[in-house]
Design a protein around this ligand. Structure first.
Ligand SMILES: [Fe+2]
Length: 326
């Protein structure tokens, strides 16, 4: 299927991705991972939850960790432009026969909860507690010094269908991988905020969360993190990289948190805000799409992901497979 045409005046206005709520089994262990290795700042703690933000974020949190019996993903959060956009979002989802609900969330105003047609739990809000800026408080910087959350990447059993639905919500495709034989999408990267993506879909059993990415300013942050992890008992949590992506042109590293949730450290992609920005097409068989320098990703990278709470899994519709490291 061809990439859908962008919807430049969408039914409601999403500003950007905002936050993720992760179920973790050992709150103290996960707190140490996100605060000490990623360098996120703890903004609130309760007996069962830890909230964190990255260094240039003014909103209260980009990650909420919640103590759960097993690892899971509770919700992916998005900020909308105005309160009226929340009502327009509810009308959009209701018009598609999707159940909607207004929920209470700490540190957020009115919050709309829905599951997308594939079972992914999503929430939308306009107001979140605002905090003083800390991006020039250099004494606070730790670990990889993450500046902001950058994107979600999700396994989708039908990337064409996911891309179509998120395009209707106003997300615009910047790059995509096509299976040359079936001419169907194997992966797609879609944005709202003017970078390469706020959310991406990768073909596979889903819906599952593939990874959450955090933005850092330069590759040396990633090298420093590798040295830190290698000498503080975290070498086994390094999964893939460092390297340069073909898609997005970003410098990257993939690591796993203590429950296996995959985290990407993502450095320096490019601007895509023009309304007539044309997507870049990649062939699934081109190893340089994964890593510009040619090294294929490990099998775990294509197979392992985090479960969304309540979502029913479906197998992928395509037989095509990418090149995998032996
Ligand atoms: Fe990514």
């Amino acid at each position: 299927m061809p990439v859908p045409a962008p919807v430049l005046f969408p039914p409601f206005n999403i500003v950007r991705l905002s936050h993720v709520e992760l179920g973790v089994t050992d709150l103290a262990r996960s707190r140490a991972f996100y605060a000490d290795l990623l360098g996120l700042q703890v903004t609130d703690e309760t007996a069962d939850a830890v909230y964190l933000r990255a260094m240039e974020e003014r909103g209260h949190h980009c990650v909420a960790l919640r103590r759960k019996p097993a690892p899971q993903v509770d919700v992916l959060g998005f900020k909308v432009f105005s309160e009226e956009d929340l009502d327009r979002a509810q009308a959009f989802f209701s018009g598609k026969g999707i159940e909607t609900g207004w929920i209470e969330r700490a540190h957020q105003g009115r919050t709309l909860f829905v599951c997308d047609p594939f079972g992914t739990p999503l929430e939308f809000y306009h107001r979140m507690d605002r905090l003083p800026h800390i991006h020039q408080k250099y004494a606070l910087y730790k670990g990889v010094k993450a500046l902001r959350i950058d994107h979600f990447n999700c396994f989708s059993p039908d990337v064409d269908a996911s891309t179509q639905f998120y395009t209707e919500m106003g997300f615009r495709v910047t790059e995509y991988t096509e299976d040359e034989e079936s001419k169907r999408l194997w992966a797609a990267w879609l944005h709202r905020k003017g970078g390469v993506h706020d959310i991406a879909f990768t073909h596979g059993r889903g819906p599952r969360l593939h990874h959450i990415a955090f933005w850092v300013p330069n590759p040396l942050n990633i090298i420093d993190l590798l040295d830190l992890m290698a000498t503080t008992g975290h070498v086994g949590a390094i999964e893939r990289g460092p390297g340069r992506h073909g898609i997005s042109n970003a410098f990257f590293l993939y690591i796993r948190d203590p429950d296996g949730h995959r985290i990407e450290i993502y450095c320096s992609d490019y601007q895509t805000v023009d309304p007539d920005h044309e997507p870049i097409k990649w062939d699934l068989k081109d190893p340089q799409r994964q890593t510009l320098w040619g090294a294929p990703a490990p099998r775990s990278w294509f197979e392992e992901g985090s479960l969304f709470v309540g979502a029913e899994l479906r197998e992928g519709v395509l037989k095509a497979q990418p090149i995998v490291a032996p």
